[in-house]
Write a protein that binds this ligand. Structure first.
Ligand SMILES: [Zn+2]
Ligand SMILES: [Zn+2]
Ligand SMILES: [Zn+2]
Length: 434
């Protein structure tokens, strides 16, 4: 076993056989050993540059490093033996996998290879160092985004298990937010919690401070009586929040967020949320790994690559906006839902690579048929299109052109099913938006 050694090597650890070691990240290596003083910041990026992101890592540095496959105290013979055994196991599993067939599939296949070789879920973990506040320690150094992991899960290559749901800043999308109680009227967090005092005799109710006298007693500001006995003269029916900025009094404050990245405020009710998942490899994922290729993508994925699509949230906003305009000014509006009805049959018959080619062509036809003002979003296998300012007849003409060109161009019969929704049926269209 050849080791790449990071950290302080003088004095050289007795347990480490010098002949098997190098400190040059470019030198061939089977495993990485971290000694005291190893710089773990950016380590995975450096390893990735030398194609070593998947190597087993033994952490003997004494510092925490979550990506490590083995962690022990200062390097000893026992520790090295244990780590070596584990590394052999990991390398054995990695050697079962062929190199990725297509370069574009590589990050996703490497992410899955981490789960496979470590026999572990890809666990999400808190990370205050990044705006999204969540990271996957096992995936450090592998350029795979949350979106591509979700994509793999949508394709049944990974199985999701919820980690947590985080709120997002409405301005910059960060999840590094301070949660706070706010005045429901002006949004200030300058709230004082106090109690409401109720004077039985005159029925006056007000915040306690209006009753409080400098000497400590209570005096009714309405009738001037002194309040002596709790339960006899007065009671405190509720806890209230008194805004120090606008003076508003309320019994339940609002909840809001202040972003630690951009400093702006977002109301809790309006904040978007993002759910993060742990991911486990499925048998379909293992099959893809052993084939060295990702199976066919959906039509939606091909469209997203060619023309870009709206996120469900933005699509929803756009739809709401356009349907408002359509209603107010009696303008035409249509929504379309496209689906390849014979997807399963095609996938089975053509296999991944050919289906991808077919869908790339079809996506090109679709993107050339749509106008730049048409908005597209994806929901599973469905492709949702918003045709602003377009009557049904116009949409039908466009879709007919699309079908015709597909029939002429494509080598395989694609059964493109299309539902059209008009303004009076808008709710049913919106039900399709995830
Ligand atoms: Zn922000
Ligand atoms: Zn009174
Ligand atoms: Zn206020």
């Amino acid at each position: 076993m050849r080791f790449l050694v990071e950290g302080t090597t003088s004095p050289w650890p007795e347990a480490l056989p010098r002949a098997q070691c190098s400190t040059d990240p470019a030198a061939p290596a089977d495993a990485v050993i971290l000694l005291e003083g190893a710089a773990t910041d950016g380590l995975m990026a450096r390893l990735a540059k030398h194609d070593k992101a998947l190597l087993p890592i033994g952490n003997f540095s004494g510092a925490q490093f979550k990506r490590a496959d083995y962690a022990g105290p200062a390097l000893s013979e026992v520790g090295l033996t244990e780590f070596t055994a584990k590394a052999i196991d990991i390398l054995g599993r990695l050697s079962e996998l062929p190199p990725p067939a297509a370069p574009s599939d590589r990050p996703a296949l490497e992410a899955m290879a981490m789960a496979f070789s470590r026999e572990s879920e890809l666990l999400a973990d808190w990370c205050p160092l990044v705006p999204e506040a969540v990271r996957y320690p096992l995936l450090e150094g592998i350029p795979v985004s949350r979106e591509s992991l979700e994509d793999l899960a949508a394709g049944d290559l990974l199985r999701r298990r919820p980690f947590d749901t985080l709120h997002l800043c409405g301005h910059c999308g960060s999840s590094r937010l301070n949660v706070r109680e706010e005045c429901i009227k002006c949004g200030s967090s300058n709230l004082r919690q106090t109690s409401l005092v109720h004077h039985y005799r005159c029925a006056h109710q007000a915040p306690a401070e209006e009753f409080e006298r400098p000497d400590g007693g209570l005096l009714c500001p309405k009738c001037g009586d002194t309040l002596r006995h709790y339960g006899v003269d007065y009671d405190r029916p509720a806890e209230i929040f008194h805004c120090g900025d606008c003076g508003h009094v309320n019994d339940e404050p609002a909840v809001g967020f202040v972003c630690m990245d951009c400093g702006k405020r977002t109301e809790a009710e309006r904040a978007d949320k993002r759910t993060w998942h742990h991911y486990a490899l499925t048998s379909k994922g293992v099959a893809a790994l052993k084939a060295g290729a990702l199976p066919a993508r959906s039509l939606g994925a091909a469209i997203a690559r060619i023309m870009g699509t709206y996120s469900p949230r933005d699509f929803r906003l756009l739809c709401d906006y356009q349907s408002d305009i359509a209603r107010r000014y009696e303008r035409p509006l249509c929504g379309g839902v496209l689906e390849v009805a014979n997807y399963d049959e095609l996938a089975q018959r053509l296999g991944g690579r050919r289906l991808n080619q077919l869908f790339t062509l079809l996506a090109e036809i679709i993107s050339q048929t749509l106008r730049t003002s048409d908005a597209v979003a994806l929901s599973g296998r469905l492709v949702l299109v918003l045709f602003a300012e377009t009557p049904r007849a116009g949409v039908e003409r466009a879709l007919e052109r699309m079908r015709q060109r597909a029939d002429e161009t494509l080598s395989e019969p694609v059964d493109l099913r299309i539902d059209i929704f008009e303004a009076d049926d808008w709710e049913r269209f919106m039900e399709q938006v995830p």
